[in-house]
Ligand binder design. Structure first.
Ligand code: NAP
Length: 280
């Protein structure tokens, strides 16, 4: 292996420790603990695990959790009503709707029921617009975490060609917007992109957000490329074939221990930001 690892674990731990200090200061000043509400619909075991991890880390950071669990057959209207209740509840400062929701639900409608001031996972259209225009606002947690990791490893983005593989509203699309705001030249690739390996070979920075194990191969990469693997598939496997890619890349994120911890750290940081803004 020739690539250096871009490890998220330590940076994420530092971010969570700082969020914990700030959460304690909020409690001290206002007598209120910052509170993150999590909404889980259905019984997907992976989603349940992610929500549990977020609640556990919240607890460690002195952030209270409110847990809403709804059955798989929940309708859009029912979910929207639950989220509106949380949006209006002054004791809740941040709201996370675990993605994906069951197929019968209009996920966009559910996301838009989140009060933009409580959108600590950065999923509303308003948050997306803020990311697109380079304005302050909540960042989508995974893309925001990726940007912090790139900054930590001093990855030059200005003028760099970044290829983002995947265009989901929670990951690929906002990741591209944040890279653009950092003056990268951004290309989005998706399921209908032609000659993907050829395109990826032109990238200085590759963001893999596909949801397919070992999808990006070593011979798709330009030597010296920076590779961020946002994927998380069964068996702790990313979207990049790690062993092959690590022989060609300059920097690469491991899975696990790369992007994953950064996502949670940013979520907690933004929950404290939201509490400060609402109480202050
Ligand atoms: P998603 O909503 O399923 O989106 C996948 C994207 O990949 C889509 O834009 C799709 O294109 C594209 N795609 C599918 N097949 C492709 C192909 N053959 N060639 C090029 N593009 C292709 O997934 P997601 O929610 O963005 O998640 C992506 C991955 O990130 C998953 O492994 C997920 O587990 C992981 N993830 C990790 C974190 C974390 O905290 N680390 C957070 C969220 C997600 P179309 O738009 O054309 O369909």
């Amino acid at each position: 292996m020739t690539a250096e690892l871009m490890i998220g674990t330590d940076l994420a731990a530092e971010m969570v420790a700082k969020a914990a200090e700030r959460a304690a200061a909020v409690q001290e000043k206002y007598g209120v603990q910052p509170c993150l509400a999590t909404v889980l619909v259905g019984d997907d075991p992976a989603s349940a695990t992610y929500v549990r991890m977020k609640q556990n880390r919240s607890k460690k950071a002195g952030i209270a959790s409110r847990s809403v669990v709804l059955p798989a057959e929940t309708t859009t209207e029912e979910l929207v009503a639950e989220i509106r209740k949380l949006s209006e509840d002054p004791e809740v400062h941040g709201i996370l709707l675990q993605h994906p929701v069951p197929a019968q639900i209009d996920e966009r409608a559910a996301f838009e029921a989140i009060d933009p001031g409580k959108d600590v996972d950065g999923v509303t259209m308003l948050s997306f617009a803020a990311m697109a225009f380079g304005d302050p606002g909540f960042r989508s947690a995974t893309p925001g975490g990726i940007m912090r990791l790139l900054a930590e490893y001093d990855v030059p983005l200005e003028g760099a060609h970044a290829v983002v593989i995947g265009r989901s509203p929670i990951l690929g699309k906002p990741a591209g917007m944040l890279l653009l705001a950092s003056n990268a030249t951004v290309t989005y690739a998706h399921s209908r992109t032609r000659d993907l390996p050829e395109l990826v070979r032109t990238a200085d920075v590759v963001i893999a957000a596909v949801g397919k194990a070992n999808f990006v191969r070593g011979d798709w990469l330009k030597p010296g490329a920076v590779v961020v693997d946002a994927g998380y598939n069964e068996g702790n496997v990313g979207d990049v074939h790690f062993e092959e890619a690590a022989e060609v890349a300059r920097l690469i994120t491991p899975v696990p221990g790369g992007v994953g911890p950064m996502t949670i750290a940013l979520l907690l940081e933004q929950t404290v930001d939201a509490a400060e803004a609402q109480l202050g």
